[in-house]
Ligand binder design. Structure first.
Ligand code: NAP
Length: 246
């Protein structure tokens, strides 16, 4: 293995691709997971799990593990971890590179309703809506509080809270196809899709299916992340890492 370790802040499929590529190039890679997913898919290289304990904990970890580079490949909605990475990189002088896949943009025929939070999303759903909720297993309280809407919660793992009777749980992991998404929307009589603006290809088929079927999408816009060196694709990020690490 070549050199000091690279720390990847993970929790996404993209983080796994980056880790696998760097390990194959011979680098010592540690992927960090928050520990929220009970049975995560694992990347090549080493794994550490659980919060660092804020910026100070991350700074300590970078020092004690002699980390040479920090790669933020967290989800676009993991705004706290990304902010901590920026602060820790500034304090330690360790280079930070962030994968920031471009946000999805509406295309002709899309019927998007833009909101800023799950709370706002739950508020804009009309009475009687049947919703496909694809925002993950957290933050469902506001949706469940709407007793006049129902539908399907699709997530990789079950939510912590009990599902009200009007909701069905569909445990499923992306990627999905346009055909399977259209079949699901039709079979469940879905009138609205609820999505975070995650960007990327792995989970965009639901948006294409919604457009094909003229189904509105309640789209939660991304939180702001503090400035960092950002790369829009895994290939661009890996090429920059290659230049830095040699
Ligand atoms: P967050 O709100 O930005 O972070 C909350 C706290 O969780 C952080 O302060 C940190 O604890 C810990 N944490 C987050 N990511 C971590 C990582 N990769 N390694 C170690 N600790 C981490 O994050 P979140 O939105 O809860 O997301 C948690 C994880 O799930 C992330 O890895 C993210 O990539 C993944 N994920 C999130 C979403 C989403 O919609 N939010 C979707 C898919 C995957 P300390 O302060 O103690 O260090």
């Amino acid at each position: 293995m070549r050199g000091r370790p690279v720390l990847i802040l993970g929790g996404t499929a993209y983080a796994r691709i980056i880790a696998d590529a760097l390990v194959e190039q011979g680098h010592d890679v540690v992927t960090s997971l928050a520990g929220v997913t009970r049975a995560p898919l694992l990347a090549k290289g080493r794994l550490r799990t659980g919060g660092f304990g804020g910026v100070a904990g991350l700074v300590d970890y970078i020092g004690s593990e002699n980390i040479r580079m920090l790669i933020d490949a967290t989800h676009p909605f993991a705004a706290i971890m990304s902010a901590h990475a920026v602060a820790a990189a500034a304090q330690t002088g360790v280079p930070l590179l962030r994968l920031e896949r471009p946000a999805w943009q509406p295309r002709a025929g899309d019927r998007w309703i833009s909101v800023n939070s799950m709370e706002e999303a739950a508020h804009v759903l009309p009475a009687g809506a049947r919703v496909l909720v694809t925002t993950g297993r957290k933050g469902l309280t506001h949706v469940f509080a709407r007793q006049d809407v129902a539908g399907v919660i699709r997530s990789i793992e079950p939510p912590d809270e009990a599902l009200p009777a009007a909701w069905r749980l569909l445990l499923d992991r992306p990627p999905h196809t346009l055909a399977s998404e259209m079949a699901l929307l039709g079979a469940e009589h879905i009138t609205h899709v609820l999505s975070k603006n995650a960007g990327g290809d792995a989970t965009r088929a639901k948006l294409d299916a919604a457009r094909e079927m003229a189904i509105p999408v309640v789209m939660i816009d991304r939180p702001q992340k503090p400035k960092a060196a950002c790369f829009g694709s895994v290939d661009e990020l890996l090429s920059a890492v290659g230049k830095d690490l040699g």
